[in-house]
Design a protein around this ligand. Structure first.
Ligand SMILES: Cc1cc2nc3c(=O)[nH]c(=O)nc-3n(C[C@H](O)[C@H](O)[C@H](O)COP(=O)(O)OP(=O)(O)OC[C@H]3O[C@@H](n4cnc5c(N)ncnc54)[C@H](O)[C@@H]3O)c2cc1C
Ligand SMILES: *[C@@H]1O[C@H](CO)[C@@H](O)[C@H](O)[C@H]1NC(C)=O
Ligand SMILES: *[C@@H]1O[C@H](CO)[C@@H](O)[C@H](O)[C@H]1NC(C)=O
Ligand SMILES: *[C@@H]1O[C@H](CO)[C@@H](O)[C@H](O)[C@H]1NC(C)=O
Ligand SMILES: *[C@@H]1O[C@H](CO)[C@@H](O)[C@H](O)[C@H]1NC(C)=O
Ligand SMILES: *[C@@H]1O[C@H](CO)[C@@H](O)[C@H](O)[C@H]1NC(C)=O
Ligand SMILES: *[C@@H]1O[C@H](CO)[C@@H](O)[C@H](O)[C@H]1NC(C)=O
Ligand SMILES: *[C@@H]1O[C@H](CO)[C@@H](O)[C@H](O)[C@H]1NC(C)=O
Ligand SMILES: *[C@@H]1O[C@H](CO)[C@@H](O)[C@H](O)[C@H]1NC(C)=O
Ligand SMILES: *[C@@H]1O[C@H](CO)[C@@H](O)[C@H](O)[C@H]1NC(C)=O
Ligand SMILES: *[C@@H]1O[C@H](CO)[C@@H](O)[C@H](O)[C@H]1NC(C)=O
Length: 640
């Protein structure tokens, strides 16, 4: 048995703790204390006997699977339905959870007198800070992609006139109840009652998901945000790996993971976003990183996973134990296979990191055409930069006056000194000088990645009137001058017609395509990733917003798709109504993913829009006539 070097409980560092509590899992990592608190068959009998309630409410599901189970009814059960649980059942549930059940009170309800918690001052403050993601993450049900929830409870100033809303507040597409999870037993109770009563189940970690996969009308919500434990292993040995590793709880966020990496003089492969969850949607969806050009995807470095299945069982998934789930949870997408409670991930040596940031605005003699010429010159070098291990993340946005604003959020050159970096970039910057590009670079060199990241990336803002669509830019498209020119023309055309552009330059390192996990195969062959996004004002009229939104899916993204045949896109940063999403997000891995879903969740306890296996289901209503509304009933499609 291996003793972790350091265990961090909810942020407090306790050195050299040998864990005694709980079951030993597989043969390597330890359970966190919260994972040692589990629901057993024995417990269930005892508790339920003493409460003289029917055991069937919290029973485990059948584990296997070969028997053809099916979803229990055509539709999930909703408040108002005859079979919706009565108050005493919710009270019993809360009792068993140790008081962790929260009935949903939308965050902005304090702006509405009928909710009985009105405060003009607090409402004003909430309105002012509505864009602060730190605050929204702390709410049990608030989510970023609120449009798909139906925007049923917004601060009055942000009430969606375009949806025909009057100023009002209802629970709408938010879950009905949240379990404020602090142990595995609560997750098991939540999964079991949701399955046994056929209630929709969702998982909210940070609520950052762009596809609103962390919300749903009438749902029980498992809120994992407070599972903050972490452990560092100096020399973790398992399944052929020997080296440093972290075990992170499900609620650990990217900034916390990096902080620990800094403390322990190592590097972990996480995203650019600061408050995004590490173990939730990020890593399960694949997870790209400023280090992806040298280290590949975050999901490529998972060593072991603890999780609760749709049957309510707490198990390990690693290369030897439940290898099919282990495969699927590394890139196949979150919220549909299991509730992950922790993961062990590899750590790497500290590396020198150089970053570059700058911004420029088209104005005066530096026309938009020149800004695009500068872009072409930069994209000409995408292959060279990515093959050196560099990454960049940048935007080209429309300013209210009609000019373009381009900011290099950050270019990151890992394992590279600033002198090496400048030498590489000199030819491009020489071209830019000739073009008259107003270029005021800020270049910084750090002796470690976490510090570089801390300064190079912004604290993300929470958005609420936004839609996006995206496409990978494969090597084949960008390394051929003719195809590359056509691709840039196409990106520019979409910008010219009103969309904002967000571009990544990165690759997956050679050999990544041999890694046996569920990461979208299209990731392995890219030199870039392009996102288009549109924003609008809540006061804009519905016909305008509808046209803008439909343009993304039906006018603009098809142009990019046409130039990148056989490629795909990244499920976690894609169109909410991505056509042929199975192919785009999973390529030829989709059939195996569906088989694993069927095996482990035959009753569809888990559902998330455009997640593996979700095509059997449909939401009953659409927002603006084309966006499935989380504020409607989830039912099996009629034709099966
Ligand atoms: C500002 C910003 C920056 C980003 N930067 C990057 C980046 O650099 N690289 C990148 O790859 N992506 C990036 N993303 C995309 C990000 O990976 C996704 O938004 C991701 O879904 C967020 O996961 P979460 O757990 O924080 O969010 P949530 O919305 O809470 O959850 C997302 C999905 O995961 C499920 N889920 C959450 N926790 C669990 C769990 N424990 N077990 C099972 N399912 C779970 C939820 O049910 C939901 O389906 C960024 C997003 C934002 C908003
Ligand atoms: C958030 O909104 C406030 C006003 O409500 C504004 O002052 C601030 O600049 C916004 N923050 C960002 C990062 O956009
Ligand atoms: C909300 O709108 C009201 C009325 O237009 C305005 O007075 C107030 O400043 C706005 N509040 C914020 C935080 O934007
Ligand atoms: C967001 O809220 C947090 C928590 O209150 C606060 O610390 C932070 O400064 C706020 N951020 C901004 C940009 O206002
Ligand atoms: C707000 O909703 C309540 C409850 O549904 C309703 O009684 C009230 O009339 C609504 N108010 C407005 C302004 O629409
Ligand atoms: C959720 O649980 C955490 C940890 O016990 C606690 O700090 C927090 O206040 C709870 N949140 C709510 C909204 O109940
Ligand atoms: C930190 O890691 C680097 C690179 O692996 C190594 O050279 C250095 O000695 C380490 N420093 C400490 C204090 O362990
Ligand atoms: C744009 O770049 C300039 C010069 O480096 C810098 O001072 C400014 O803060 C940047 N603007 C933004 C919004 O980052
Ligand atoms: C960093 O660069 C050195 C030599 O330049 C190389 O040997 C090493 O493998 C590189 N490390 C990574 C992680 O790419
Ligand atoms: C929102 O409205 C303001 C004022 O009319 C305008 O300047 C701005 O461009 C609009 N924003 C968007 C994204 O349409
Ligand atoms: C939608 O796209 C069409 C065709 O490109 C364009 O004419 C129209 O202005 C666009 N509408 C909006 C709202 O972007």
């Amino acid at each position: 048995m291996l003793v972790p070097q350091i265990i961090i409980f909810g942020g407090f560092v306790l050195s050299q703790i040998a864990l005694t509590a709980g079951t030993k899992v597989s043969n390597d990592a330890h359970l966190f204390p919260y994972e040692a608190i589990q629901l057993s068959d024995g417990d269930l009998k005892k508790i339920l006997h003493s409460k003289s309630a029917s055991t069937s409410l919290f029973d485990f599901g059948r584990t296997s699977t070969k028997a053809a189970h099916k979803p229990r009814a055509r539709c999930k059960t909703y408040p108002g339905d005859l079979t919706w649980p009565s108050e005493p059942i919710w009270n019993l549930f809360d009792d068993l959870l140790g008081g962790a059940l929260i009935k949903t009170v939308p965050e902005a309800s304090l702006c509405y007198p009928e909710w009985g918690r009105y405060s003009a001052v607090e409402c004003e403050e909430l309105t002012r800070s509505w864009n602060n993601s730190t605050l929204r993450i702390e709410d049990p049900t608030s989510i970023r992609s609120i449009l798909f929830q139906g925007m049923t409870c917004m601060p009055p100033n942000y009430t969606a006139a375009f949806l025909g809303r009057s100023v009002n507040c209802s629970v709408g597409g938010f879950p009905e109840y949240t379990v404020n999870v602090t142990n595995v037993k609560q997750i098991q109770l939540g999964v079991n009652i949701a399955r046994n009563l056929n209630i929709r189940l969702v998982i909210k970690n940070t609520g950052h998901d762009f596809g609103a996969k962390s919300t749903g009308k009438g749902a029980i919500n498992l809120w994992t945000h407070h599972l903050k434990d972490a452990a560092f292993y100096k020399n973790y040995k398992a399944h052929g790996y020997s080296g440093p590793a972290f075990k992170f709880g499900a609620g650990v966020q990217v900034y916390e993971a990096y902080k620990l990496a800094r403390q322990h003089n190592v590097t972990v492969i996480g995203g650019e976003g600061k408050s995004v969850g590490f173990i939730g949607g990020y890593i399960q969806g694949g997870g790209h990183s400023p280090l992806t050009s040298i280290y590949g995807m975050a999901a490529d470095h998972v060593l072991s996973i603890q999780l609760v299945t749709a049957a309510g069982r707490f198990i390990t998934a690693d290369p030897k134990t439940n290898p099919d789930l282990f495969w699927a949870l590394r890139g196949g997408g979150a919220g549909t296979f299991a509730v992950v409670t922790s993961m062990v991930v590899k750590a790497f040596p500290r590396i020198t990191t150089t970053t570059l940031t700058y911004n420029m605005t088209s104005t005066g003699t530096f026309t938009k055409e020149k800004l695009w010429a500068a872009q072409r010159a930069y994209i000409d070098g995408f292959e060279k930069y990515a093959d050196l291990g560099y990454y960049s993340y940048y935007r080209i946005r429309h300013l209210p006056g009609g000019e373009l604003y381009h900011d290099m959020t950050s270019m990151v050159a890992p394992n590279t000194t600033s002198a090496q970096f400048r030498a590489t970039m000199a030819p491009l910057w020489g071209k830019w000088e000739q073009l008259g590009v107003p270029f005021h670079p800020v270049i910084r060199e750090f002796d470690n990645f976490p510090d570089a990241w801390e300064l190079a990336f912004p604290h993300e803002i929470w958005t609420w009137t936004m839609r996006q669509a995206s496409r990978f830019l494969p090597r084949d498209t960008l390394s051929d001058p003719v195809k590359r020119a056509a691709m840039v023309d196409s990106i520019k055309s979409v910008s010219d017609e009103g969309a904002n552009i967000l571009l990544f330059n990165m690759r997956n390192p050679p050999g990544s395509d041999q890694i046996n996990n569920a990461v979208n195969p299209a990731w392995r062959d890219i030199l870039g990733f392009a996102i288009m996004f549109v924003t609008w004002n809540v006061t804009d009229p519905e016909p305008y917003v509808t046209e803008l939104s439909r343009n993304l899916t039906y006018e603009w993204n098809p142009r990019w798709r046409a130039l990148t045949p056989g490629s795909g896109t990244y499920m976690s940063e894609s169109d909410y109504i991505e056509p042929d999403w199975q192919e785009s997000f999973h390529g030829d891995k989709y059939p195996r993913l569906v088989a694993i879903k069927q095996e482990w969740d035959p009753e569809d306890v888990f559902y998330a829009t455009n997640a593996v296996g979700s095509e059997k289901w449909e939401l009953g209503e659409e927002i603006m006539g084309h966006l499935p509304s989380q504020n409607s009933r989830l039912c099996l499609k009629e034709v099966e």
